[in-house]
Ligand binder design. Structure first.
Ligand SMILES: NC(=O)c1ccc[n+]([C@@H]2O[C@H](COP(=O)([O-])OP(=O)(O)OC[C@H]3O[C@@H](n4cnc5c(N)ncnc54)[C@H](O)[C@@H]3O)[C@@H](O)[C@H]2O)c1
Length: 357
């Protein structure tokens, strides 16, 4: 029997609620499959840990995570701790420390879920957004000077490297090539940003030559929001910078019905380090503790994790179970239903156990 070590970091807000749901589904899958076992260790890192210790995780946090096959992450962020501390104290050191440079964000309209777009249903919106996850606008390069004085200055410098852009383009072209439509859209802003973004475009064109069977086009990020909204079927695989894809994937989640169904995988394609799997959403202060957090994004990212670990059958079974449950109308309030997190989770686990998936 295969055996995988998973580090669970539920962290803040609804993170613990959705990670508990995800672990329940993973356990049901492992039992049903019989061919693999998951050994899960939970870490109490996050804002509570910060309040007690003055840091979001211990100094050797990332070192300890190296022993795991994958990281299953909830959400980070608390009303009384500044967001840049929570993000740079936990999630980003893991993404950047483990060089998880490909952030993969699939979106589609699941059966039974209504898109806010009129006349758009399952099959009309089926995208994978690939986000550059190691540099760009979130490289952390910049500074502040003359703090508090009228002449104060703050800089936030976007960093684009040939190595970084080439590897994300290759990853995106390869992913597009593996999907039936073999269609890639490269998002840019090279009209206004004439250095890094022009290099981004040039490298896209260079890498495209390695993939003659992939049809690709280029969109300015502002026009991309219009195309996503008005012509969703014209898109398939999308590659964008750290900031652009961050924003576009929230839009994608909303167009697919809710942020509560949107998953993300932070992948180290070379497998030097564990990759990290999480829902896109944050701590959702407004619904924390109410038992109504949508667990679907977490199930979907758990499916991405199984795929990455080399368990494609279990990954597909999990998504089939989710789609069966959404089609039956067992939905949390964010997607128009009245079910609780527990009810959706129990229904998904029951579908996993059923014979026909
Ligand atoms: N990856 C992360 O850990 C991450 C991502 C985004 C935001 N954050 C943090 O989370 C905190 C809150 O941020 P925000 O309000 O901008 O974004 P958010 O994703 O937490 O919430 C936005 C809205 O979506 C709803 N929502 C989100 N997930 C849901 C789910 N699973 N089920 C039902 N509804 C859901 C929330 O109720 C809220 O109305 C902030 O501290 C922010 O920094 C963390």
């Amino acid at each position: 029997m295969k055996h995988y070590r998973i580090a669970a970091i539920p962290a803040d807000g609804i993170g613990p609620e959705v990670i508990a749901a995800g672990l329940q589904a993973l356990e049901a899958l492992a039992r049903r499959d019989g061919g693999f076992r998951l050994e899960v260790e939970s870490f109490d890192w996050g804002s509570d840990y910060y309040r007690k210790h003055g840091a979001m995780m211990p100094e050797d946090g990332t070192e300890r995570l190296k022993a795991f096959d994958a990281i299953f992450f909830g959400a980070v962020g608390a009303p009384d701790v500044p967001d840049h501390i929570t993000l740079w104290g936990l999630r980003l050191p893991i993404c950047q420390g483990f060089d998880q440079y490909a952030n993969v964000r699939p979106t589609k309209i699941l059966p039974g879920i209504r898109s806010p777009l009129a006349g758009v249903g399952p099959g009309d919106l089926d995208w994978v957004i690939v986000r550059e996850n190691s540099e760009g606008e979130y490289a952390g390069c910049g500074g502040r000077a003359h703090r508090g004085l009228p002449e104060e200055v703050g800089t936030e410098v976007a960093i684009f490297t040939r190595v970084g852009v080439t590897r994300i383009m290759r990853y995106a072209f390869r992913l597009a090539q593996a999907r039936p439509r073999k269609l890639l859209t490269v998002v840019t802003k090279s009209n206004a940003q004439r250095h890094g973004m022009v290099m981004w475009d040039e490298i896209a064109a260079e890498v495209a030559r390695e993939f003659p069977d992939v049809t690709w086009d280029k969109m300015l990020v502002d026009a991309m929001t219009v195309r996503m909204t008005l012509k969703p079927k014209s898109l398939d695989t999308i590659v964008a910078t750290n900031l652009h894809a961050d924003i576009l994937s929230d839009l994608a989640g909303a167009l697919a019905g809710s942020l509560g169904v949107a998953p993300t995988a932070n992948i180290d394609p070379e497998r030097r380090f564990p990759s990290m799997f999480e829902p896109i959403h944050g701590s959702a202060f407004d619904i924390t503790g109410k038992g109504i957090a949508n667990p679907i994004a977490t199930f979907w990212t758990a499916s991405q994790m199984l795929e990455h670990l080399g368990e494609p059958a279990a990954a597909a079974r999990l998504m089939a179970a989710v789609e069966q449950v959404t089609a039956q109308g067992i939905l949390t309030p964010d997607i128009g239903g009245t079910a609780t997190t527990r009810e959706v989770t129990d229904a998904v686990c029951e579908a996993i156990r059923s014979a026909n998936l």
